[in-house]
Design a binder for this molecule. Structure first.
Ligand code: GRF
Length: 194
């Protein structure tokens, strides 16, 4: 099968990246992860990807002081050079500029740990607790210029239990993230072929 080449952007532990890579091992998966990029050399996800035989590169934002555009042009050049067709943000902790968002419009997705449009940004689980919500969840969406605002591709819901703290919710949600993200990425890659 012809597999869509995917690039994954990370800044941290990379558990969603790992889930995307693991799912791509299935023979019927329509994508393959060909490149992992990080904006920091400290991201544990880099080494996990390399151990899995995937090229993983740091494009360190500190080498582009006050030059977000230059940093993103370097990211874009690396993605293009690897033949990437779809980009998945997986805990990439930097707001993107209109340049990169525009370059990958309709072909860049993100996972966010809330039921968007509720709780864009950080501390999503504590905010859900503080609001007295009965459920939490995660959302996969297309990336647009507004942070955590793009069209929703899919969501997974989990209950919030009376004994939960934010950590307990995050673990329950993360397990769903690892199921939802590969499924939505596969769906997007298939839809882009038609
Ligand atoms: C996840 O909760 C994801 O939803 C959010 O950032 C976190 C990244 O975790 N965008 P990991 O690096 O994938 O483990």
């Amino acid at each position: 099968m012809n597999r869509t080449p995917v690039g994954v952007l990370v800044s941290g532990r990379g558990s969603n990246m790992s889930a995307l890579i693991a799912a791509a091992k299935q023979p019927d998966c329509p994508y393959q992860v060909v490149l992992v990029l990080s904006n920091t050399p400290d991201a544990p996800g880099l080494q996990i990807a390399r151990t899995g035989g995937i090229e993983a590169i740091t494009i360190d934002q500190r080498n582009f002081p006050k030059d977000r555009d230059g940093h993103e042009r370097a990211l874009d050049a690396a993605l293009q050079a690897s033949g990437v067709e779809v980009v998945a943000l997986a805990g990439y902790m930097r707001v993107l500029t209109p340049f990169l968002v525009g370059a990958w419009a309709g072909r860049m997705i993100n996972i966010h740990p809330s039921l968007l449009p509720k709780y864009p940004g950080l501390d999503t689980h504590q905010r859900a607790l503080d609001a007295g919500d009965m459920e939490a969840g995660c959302t996969v969406h297309l990336v647009t210029e507004g942070v955590d605002e793009g069209p929703v591709l899919g969501q997974a819901h989990v209950p919030i239990l009376p004994t939960d703290d934010a950590h307990a919710i995050s673990e329950r949600v993360l397990a769903e993230e690892h199921r939802l993200y590969p499924a939505m990425l596969a769906k997007l890659c298939l839809s882009l072929r038609r």
